[in-house]
Design a protein around this ligand. Structure first.
Ligand code: KG4
Ligand code: ZN
Length: 342
């Protein structure tokens, strides 16, 4: 099946053409990062307007790069939620229009369903597995039994880890979003330079908390302002990253043990982090487990990742009606409600 996938949940306007939920014929991502950077975060109203301007050229480009005319598309998959409502509405409306005009089925997906199955475009993982989804809006541990069969095991009780990277970055004078920059600077710094807290690490739950870690960076900077030559910046980045990664790895390990799972998938924008990748690999090796990190291009927001679940639902004869709405908040455990499971 040739699926056109559309993603507009936050600040990336994306479209992709994917065959059989496996072969990516094209994946176009137009990022608004530069536009929102001057505000230090995503401005919802600006994001929606930019999606409106970009969605048609981005879809056109995806079809052209795949060398597939719209007439050959057999189904449309779109992010229905969660995300910024005004942003989601653009993608959902366009996806509906295309499906209606072409008389082809439409399926609305949970954004995280896309992230946690993105790596299947490179190498499918046998079910069941544990998924750690780490992004600007999520820090969640899920047990994944199959497409549409997800159970939340733990989640952040305040900030997402990507949000903590971005906010710490702002405190350190780095441009938004700062995750990748902190990662690069951390490589040159000493992770033991400052002992930042490891929130909730030993509370016995599978939940996370990152707002205290961000505050610890602020408190440290108030006591020890950065010198003008920025000499300590790399050490602070390395120390912050080490604290965040240690908690992520410890909780993931605990979840693997609790659930008796042997396969792990780490997905979402923060899965690009080199410190997290290295620490998770070491833990997995020690435990004799396998860990999948999708390639960086599949970790950040993109539309191709939606086609994995999208194709599975559509080929199982499951599609949404044209009354489908966009949803700003939506639990992944409920993502398949009303759907026929593949
Ligand atoms: O998945 P994503 O592209 O969008 C959301 O759904 O949120 O994730 C974006 C987040 C941002 O917070 C960004 O700073 C973070 O991923 N990020 C990183 C790295 N690359 C992106 N965080 C840490 N290290 C990185 N290398
Ligand atoms: Zn995302």
């Amino acid at each position: 099946m040739l699926v056109l996938a559309v993603e507009t949940s936050c600040d990336e306007t994306a479209a992709a053409v994917v065959r059989d939920g496996r072969s990516v014929l094209s994946s176009v991502v137009s990022s608004q990062v530069a536009i929102h950077a001057e505000y230090g975060g995503v401005v919802p109203e600006i994001a929606s307007r930019r999606h409106l301007e970009l969605i048609t050229p981005v879809i056109r480009q995806a079809l052209a790069e795949a060398d597939v005319p719209l007439e050959q598309i057999e189904g449309v998959a779109v992010t229905r939620g969660p995300g910024l409502l005004g942003a989601l509405l653009v993608g959902v409306s366009v996806a509906k229009s295309l499906a209606l005009a072409r008389g082809i089925p439409l399926v609305g997906l949970h954004h995280i369903e896309g992230h946690l199955l993105a790596g299947f475009l490179e190498q499918p993982v046998a079910f069941p597995f544990l998924a750690l989804v780490v992004s600007g809006g999520h820090t969640h541990l899920y047990r994944v039994e199959g497409v549409g069969r997800y159970r939340t095991l733990g989640r952040t009780i305040d900030d997402a880890v990507g949000e903590a990277f971005d906010k710490a970055g702002t405190l350190l004078g780095l441009a938004y979003p700062a995750g990748a920059r902190i990662d690069a600077l951390a490589g040159k710094g000493d992770p033991a330079a400052v002992r930042f807290p490891r929130p909730l690490m030993h509370d016995g739950s599978l939940n996370f908390s990152f707002s205290g870690l961000k505050t610890a960076v602020l408190t440290h900077l108030q006591r020890h302002p950065l010198s003008t030559d920025g000499g300590e910046l790399s050490d602070l980045c390395a120390s912050f990253q080490a604290a965040a990664c240690e908690v992520l790895v410890k909780k993931t390990e605990a979840a693997l043990m609790q659930e008796g799972l042997e396969r792990l998938v780490v997905a979402g924008g923060v899965a690009c982090n080199s410190g997290l990748r290295a620490a998770m690999q070491i833990m997995a090796q020690r435990r004799g487990m396998t860990v999948q990190f999708p390639s960086p291009v599949l970790c950040g927001d993109n539309a191709a990742m939606l086609a994995v679940a999208g194709d599975a639902y559509l080929t199982a004869g499951c599609h949404d009606g044209f009354g489908m709405d966009a949803v700003a908040t939506w639990q992944l455990d409920q993502a398949a409600q009303g759907k026929v499971l593949p």
